[in-house]
Design a protein around this ligand. Structure first.
Ligand code: ADP
Length: 186
């Protein structure tokens, strides 16, 4: 099963992703985690990404596509994967489509975790990551609205979009996602 997980910062994608990969035995591909690991390791990519991340801006598409292409080629992705935080722009989605078409491994579904903006702000402010201060949070929400939300129409037109209400307990939200994904699991 190949799944894209979309949702604004603070929607709870990471928490749900951890449980979903366990249940469906998927590789977890979080570009945010990959970028933070690269930053902490002090690699060239990490240094380049940090400038954007610390401002709450998206990292350039070419940087992201390079790390994703490399990761998707690893053997554990053959059994299926959950893309978490990627794609985040139309350009990334198109590049992903082209890559998957070449491998003849299309996406099975795109799950949007939908949460109202007031709620997001409260959740993020309580989390304490370096990019969770109010100014950067605001910028990340702007980036989501401008650059990532257009992907919802993009995937809806392809018939892949599933919208899940992200409000409620972790358990409640998880149950809603599994209702959508269970029929797709082999
Ligand atoms: P969140 O969704 O909570 O903001 P992430 O961990 O997914 O957190 O991403 C953190 C930061 O990493 C983003 O604000 C952005 O700068 C960068 N980033 C992650 N994924 C991408 C991506 N696909 N394209 C561009 N930038 C990305």
């Amino acid at each position: 099963m190949r799944i894209v997980f979309i949702g604004p910062p603070g929607a709870g994608k990471g928490t749900q992703a951890e449980r979903l990969i366990e249940k469906y035995k998927l590789a977890h591909l979080s570009t945010g985690d990959m970028l933070r690991a690269a930053r902490d390791a002090g690699t060239e990519i990490g240094k380049k990404a940090e400038a954007f991340m610390s401002r709450g801006e998206l990292v350039p598409d070419d940087v992201i596509m390079a790390i994703i292409a490399e990761r998707l080629a690893e053997p554990d992705c053959r059994g299926g994967y959950l893309l978490d935080g990627f794609p985040r722009t139309i350009a990334q989605a198109e590049a992903l489509d082209a890559m998957l078409a070449k491998k003849t491994t299309p996406l099975d579904a795109v799950v949007e975790l939908r949460v109202a903006e007031e709620e997001l702000f409260n959740r993020l402010a309580g989390r304490g990551r370096a990019d969770d201060n109010p100014d950067v949070i605001r910028q990340r929400l702007v980036a989501y609205r401008r650059q990532t939300e257009p992907l919802l129409d993009y995937y809806a037109e392809k018939g892949l979009l599933e919208v899940v209400d992200g409000l409620g307990t972790v358990e409640e939200v998880f149950d809603r996602v599994t209702v959508v994904l269970d029929p797709l699991a082999e």
